[in-house]
Write a protein that binds this ligand. Structure first.
Ligand code: GLN
Length: 231
């Protein structure tokens, strides 16, 4: 059985990398975990009769933390792919994403992914961005622990571009207050986010999918979606 008992409520140990707004981030006081994923996993946990307890872990440490038994689920804008499926089970997809590029506004050379050839690009370590960028010939990929660090590197002029998930790039353009950057329209991939769970707990996958289905049926998913992505 997953989740330690705490009082009468079962605890769902949730791993995330809380530096990926609007999916997961810590609010201005640096305490509360907020975002689309955070609202969704709290609703899923509640539906399952658990209380979600969020743990902030480096993105590339999430699956290892689950493999060593320290997490029950991962929700972290994590793309479902075959490589990860060998290590974890995924829920049904809950969000459709893809990769885009951010450059400085005065950069007229980079307008699509093919233009990254021979350029320096910042990506977050262990992500699909890192994997996809390495396929581009002659690119220099610089890896960082968080997507915030990739944006800082672009600002500092250490790279020509940042590659990251589209909704996170869009949110950065809208909310960061940085005015000298733009996101390009070119979308490299089509990726589905899923909630990851241990392969040792097949029951968990069933319960999470049932909860997700319920949240779609009762309108809760749409409410959470509108809160973070509505206009
Ligand atoms: N969706 C991307 C991936 O799964 C990035 C996730 C993230 O940085 N939190 O690799």
């Amino acid at each position: 059985d997953s989740g330690a008992k705490q009082g009468s409520e079962k605890v769902l140990r949730v791993g995330t990398n809380a530096d990926f707004a609007p999916f997961e981030f810590q609010n201005v006081n640096g305490k509360e975990y907020e975002g689309f994923d955070m609202d969704l996993i709290r609703a899923v946990a509640k539906e399952m009769g658990y209380k979600a307890e969020i743990q902030n872990v480096n993105f590339d440490g999430l699956i290892p933390a689950m493999e060593s038994g320290n997490l029950d689920v991962i929700i972290s804008g994590m793309t479902i792919n075959d490589e990860r499926k060998q290590k974890v089970n995924f829920s049904d997809p809950y969000y459709k994403s893809g990769l885009t590029i951010i450059v400085k506004k005065d950069n007229k050379e980079i307008n699509k992914f093919a233009d990254l050839k021979g350029k320096k690009v910042a990506v977050q370590i262990g992500t699909t961005s890192a994997k996809e960028c390495r396929k581009i010939e002659g690119i220099e990929v610089k890896e960082f622990n968080s997507s915030a660090d990739t944006f800082l590197e672009l600002k500092a002029g250490g790279v020509d571009a940042v590659v990251n998930d589209r909704p996170v790039n869009d949110y950065y353009i809208k909310k960061s207050g940085v005015t000298d950057v733009r996101a390009l329209d070119d979308l490299l991939t089509s990726e589905d986010y899923g909630i990851a769970m241990s392969k040792k707990d097949a029951e968990m996958q069933k319960k999470v999918n049932e909860a997700l289905k319920k949240l779609h049926e009762n309108g809760e998913y749409d409410k959470i979606f509108a809160k973070w992505f509505g206009t």
